[in-house]
Structures are given as structure tokens and as C-alpha cells.
Design a protein around this ligand. Sequence first.
Ligand code: AMP
Ligand code: MG
Length: 402
Amino acid sequence: MAILTFQAARKTVLEKILHNRPLPIQEFVPILQTTGRVLAQNVLADRDFPPFPRSTRDGYAVLSADISSPPVKLRCAGLARAGTSFNESMVSMQCVEIMTGAAVPQGADAVVMVEHTQRQGDWVEIQKPAASGENIVWQGSEARQGDEVIPQGRRLGYSEIAMMAAVGLSDVSVYQKPRVAILPTGDEIVDVAATPGPFQIRNSNSYSLQAQVASSGATAIPLGIAPDGEIRLRQLIVEGLTCDILLLSGGVSAGRFDLVEKVLSELGAEFYFEGVSMQPGKPLVFGTVNGTFFFGLPGNPISTMVTFELFVCPALRILGGENFHPQPFLKARLAKNIRRKPGLASFLPAILEGDSYDPVVSPLEWKGSGDLASLNRANCYLAVPEQAEELQAGQWVSVLPR
Ligand code: AMP
Ligand code: MG
């Protein structure tokens, strides 16, 4: 049975999905409806950016060679306002009054901020020198006409929407969202609408998973609750495998009634791994049946959530056509010493607080991977690498926000 380290398991998921995904079907949508969607085309600059040499300041356009030994008096030849241009070419010992966003007249090679000038009628005293190019963004220096400004596979947000608007696109091609089947398992699990018997547990995993699937840019298809019995479990797994990917929760540990792997094997599953040396999340399973990927997520609510964030979310993003690489963890200073048994990478509910530039993380008391209440007092996970044995207060440690 393959048990991988956290890093190796994550690499396996990313590689397997990237190399075996069919690219999703495309659809054409208005740019304002593309937040969180994945771009299925390249976006090109329709003209030079900027389309003219743009002044970044209010002031005077000058020839920098004229003002190398200030103060210097220049004759003001006119005005360049945003949206229009000063039509003549400037010559030595002239200047042109210019506004932010206006085109720098031909012949000028610098703009002096109005704060460093003194106007007297048609004459302007320049009080500071300027290097050639100062306060000017040259035509085409941000992007040339025809350059790719957003690549296919980018997940779209406000800055991409601004870029698409700037190049004049009203509608773009995006990928359809992957469909994700969610199958909770367990004889003790009941629907949230039911009144649980004394030893029954409400099906919270379906809910956390639906929320996490939606925020990973995919569509959740919740299936019924599978009992710990082979026949019905098998029927529901077969149904789930008609989606783009199947997520199971529970039934992947070593218990006598943990049947998920057995039923998947009988359906011809190939398992890429059947455990990860991490806590929570050790029994995580990943594989395919006839080309459809599945994850068997451990049933404890925190295990389900953490393994989703670390493995399933990247998988769904890649499956959705995104050119995705997981972000490095954040860093923060540890609030107190930690002693632990090495061997498993751990992800502990914690509170991240402090100043923007001086973050501090404090792990919370918790009762292990079933402790949903403690997780709801936390705002992050403290990520401790496998081999760490002693962590000192004040040392920089890794944090996974949630
Ligand atoms: P399992 O992975 O099936 O051994 O389940 C581990 C723990 O998670 C048990 O305490 C289960 O009752 C609990 N659990 C399993 N599935 C769910 C679910 N869908 N919602 C809430 N808790 C669950
Ligand atoms: Mg179970």
C-alpha cells in the first residue's frame, strides 16, 4: 500500500491531473460574468499600451538637455491636456504645459513636475533637472499591439477584467466548470434535516465539500449518503463516476466496515496512493477508475476539509483548465514553544493575528480531527513539517490561511 509524504502526494496529484485531464468545453460569456472562471483563449493587446507617450505628472514637458543646470527659463509654447495632443514638435528652450495622462509632445523627452517650476506669463522657470524619460511612459513600453496580455488558463479576477475592458473585449471564451460528485459514506451519517438518533451524526461533510467545491470554481453534485454496505455503496460510486471527478468522504480507514477502497478496486480502480504521512488526513486515497479521478477523503470533518484544501482544490483548478501552481504557505512567528513526535506533517487549527508586517500564529487546544468547534475558533492552520520535533517561540513557521 503506497503511503506518500505530504509533498510527494501533492506532486503526484498535480502531475497525474495535469497529464491526464481532458481540456474542458468552452463557452463565450460577457467579461463581467467571468470572475472566478478560467480563460480559454489568449487575450492580445489591440494597440500599443500606452498608445502614446504618456505623462505621469502634471507639469511641463521639456527637452532634458535644456535644463541640466537649473534654474533655466523656457518659453511655454502651449498646453497638452488628457484626451488631446499638442500638435507641433517642440524645439530647444521651449516647454509645453502638460496634464497627467496627456500625450507628451514630439521632441520632448522629460516632464518636470509642476511643484519644481515657477510660471511667469509665457515663461516658466524650471528649478530642477530631469533625466531623459523622467515622468514619461513611452508608447508600447507596457505592451505592444499583438502582445499576449493575459494567457489562456488564467483564473480571472478584477485585474484581468480591467485588462479585457482596456483591449476592448466585451465577451471572452472561458472553460465550463468541472462537475464534482460528492458522496458521503457511513452507517451513522444522517441528513441534516433529520433528527439524529443518539449515536447518529449529521452529514456536515457534504456541506463543507459543496462550499469548498464552489470556491474552487467547480460545480458540486451532492449524491445521497452511502451506507457501509457494498451493494448501495457500489451503486452510488458508479453514479458518481459519471461526473468529471468523484469525492468520497469516510470509509477509507482501516476499520472492518471501511469498504470504499474494496468497492473501488472491484470497479477496476488504479490507486496512486492510499495514505499520506500527515495529520489530519492520513488515510487519504487518490486514483482513477477508467480515466475518472476520485479522492477518498477521510471522514473526520477537519481531515475532509484539510485534505480538500491541500489536494482536491489544486486538482479541481487544474481540471477546470487553469494553469495552476499551489502558492507557498505564508510565514508567521510562533507564539509559543511546541514539542511533538516527528513523522507526520501536521496542520493544526491556529489563530493568525498581529500587524501586517509582523504576523504571529498561536496554535489552539483541540481534540483532534473531529473537532469542528475548535476549527471554528481558528482562522488558519499552522503547518508543521514531518521531521520537526521542537519549534521555539518567535521562530518563523508556515501557515495555511483558511
Ligand atoms: P470514517 O473516516 O468513516 O472512519 O469516519 C471518521 C469520523 O468522521 C467518524 O467519527 C464519522 O462519524 C465522521 N464522519 C464521517 N462522515 C461524516 C460526514 N459526512 N459528516 C460528518 N462527520 C462524518
Ligand atoms: Mg465511516
